[in-house]
Design a protein around this ligand. Structure first.
Ligand code: FES
Ligand code: FES
Length: 212
């Protein structure tokens, strides 16, 4: 059995050893702080798609959303960023004729796709019928949600025409029609904080009637 003095010696030795180890460990860490390692540049991926009929080729960080690719890389700022979380519809564009929230989709997933934004629907001289109807019926106030509303409205009428069912239908076996209830249900993902909903519905009804 060790004597008391031997135990004291061992304890002092252990503490001294620990302190020395701490100094040794501290040195390289301190040195690392003064010369931080360089972060590697983010890798990029090529993507080719058509936007409003024009071929576009980009090299993007694969985490780039379609919304950011359109706005920040192609400078098509008609498409708006509202929530950036798939909750407001301000970023709605059409991909191969189908509406999507571009904030929820990665740009590199759209290789070969045809993307239509508000800039591709019409021009100031030749408005798309839905753009003209929104103006006629005052379907906006501040206008921030409007590009998304119009892209969505165009796609909604096409969905109804193609017989795609919605939650508002009582009978899934009957072809949907462009009723007020049907259009409001399908447009429920497009939020308007100015509350222009009634006028948007009137604009859509006019275009749907003109098409019928
Ligand atoms: S910005 Fe995409 S849904 Fe709101
Ligand atoms: S017009 Fe202002 S948010 Fe819709």
């Amino acid at each position: 059995m060790p004597s008391v003095s031997e135990v004291e010696f061992s304890r002092r030795g252990l503490l001294a050893g620990s302190a020395a180890t701490a100094v040794i460990v501290a040195s390289p860490v301190g040195a690392a702080v003064t010369t931080p390692p360089k972060a590697d540049a983010a890798p990029t991926m090529p993507v080719r798609f058509k936007v409003n009929g024009e071929k576009r080729e980009l090299s993007l960080d694969p985490r780039t959303t379609l919304l950011d690719a359109l706005r920040e890389h192609l400078h098509l700022t008609g498409t708006k960023k509202g929530c950036d979380h798939g909750q407001c519809g301000a970023c709605t564009v059409m991909v191969d004729g189908v509406r999507i929230n571009s904030c929820l989709s990665l740009a590199v997933m759209h290789e070969g796709d045809e993307i239509t934004t508000i800039e591709g629907l019409g021009t100031p001289d030749k408005l798309h019928p839905m753009q003209a109807a929104f103006i006629k019926h005052d379907g906006y106030q501040c206008g921030y949600c409007t590009p998304g509303q119009i892209c969505s409205a165009v796609a909604v009428l096409d969905e109804i025409k193609r017989g795609i069912p919605s939650h508002a239908q009582g009978d899934l076996m009957t072809k949907p029609t462009a009723t007020n209830v049907e259009m409001r249900e399908r447009m429920s993902g497009n939020i308007c904080r100015c509350g222009a909903y009634s006028n948007i519905a009137e604009a859509m009804a006019e275009v749907a009637g003109a098409k019928a």
